[in-house]
Design a protein around this ligand. Sequence first.
Ligand code: UT7
Length: 340
Amino acid sequence: MNARGTGRAAVVCGLGTCVPPYALTNEELSGLVDTSDAWIRSRTGIGRRHIADASTATSDLAVEAGGRALKSAAATGDRGVDAVIVATTTPDHPCPATAPLVTTRLGLGTVPAFDVAAVCTGFLYGLAAGSGLIAAGTARRVLVIGAETFSRILDPADRSSRAIFGDGAGAVVLRAGEPDEPGALGPFDLGSDGSGSDLITVRTGGSRHPYPTAGDGADPYFRMNGKAVFRNAVERMTESSRRVLARTGWPGACPDLVVAHQANLRILHAVADRIGVDRADCFVNLDRVGNTAAASIPLALGDAHGSGALTAGRRVLLTAFGGGLTWGACTVTWPDIQPA
Ligand code: UT7
């Protein structure tokens, strides 16, 4: 085995999370749009979601979560990073990317920094990109952040999306290591299908329908075809999970814990049933944070650690699905780290 930090596998060595303080409950939301706690809980499993105040942007949440992940990594002797990746659907601005600003605010110098746009699959894509930088020898340590202020792009009148989405951020530090050590990210399975690009959209503000020429009918808001997305999410996460589990080589091709993108409790259960995992082994925190898109998986990892579900040595399957369409899965045997 090589000395610590010289291998080419990407090993998780730090974890940090952050949600804005204010949580909007289903009861409160019922006073703002025509919905009810009973409808939201029975159709999605969500009980509340955190919403950033007007002065908080995605980079603010990213800096907080990223700083905590760096602190967590430093506790095990891993200080500094050579690259920063921010996965987000809600960057501070359409241009430039959010990652360079986050990097500077974290005092990480002039290391390469870029955003990944794969909506709810963004964090998994970011992990894969970070692993690639390490495998290529371009970086020895990478900070991967998933951060969203999704509430900013929701139509205030859209009861469906307001019931689901929330704000937050989570981050991990990856370091170079060996493929057989705890924390090493296992095989990745990633995919996309642009024929479904109209199912999850923010149509205006890009080159197809630019502001201000988009006209009075321009729709600045996030839109989702919930039913079609639901079907695709179950199908794609199931297939991707099966492929990655077949390649990981765990006994019975079975994880101890599934930490999936927190889209909808019914989706989580459908995927668990299809891949043959007990529903109780599918971690759930969407009841408390809703769907936080690119922040969803790292936030769930943090909460899973906090609840005792995620402990060192457990075999964990990560899987996500999002706009694009995009999807992915990855496996990891959880390392002995303390999230900050
Ligand atoms: O993160 C990326 C991936 N995203 C997802 O995976 C989300 C996938 N989709 C879903 O989770 C679900 O499709 C939703 C939760 C978005 C919607 O649930 P659904 O069971 O598919 O409901 P629906 O859209 O078919 O709507 C059923 C009814 C409609 O009323 P009518 O037309 O039957 O009278 C909706 O208007 O439920 C109504 N409805 C609501 N009622 C009360 C939709 N949202 C709400 C609401 N409160 N918040």
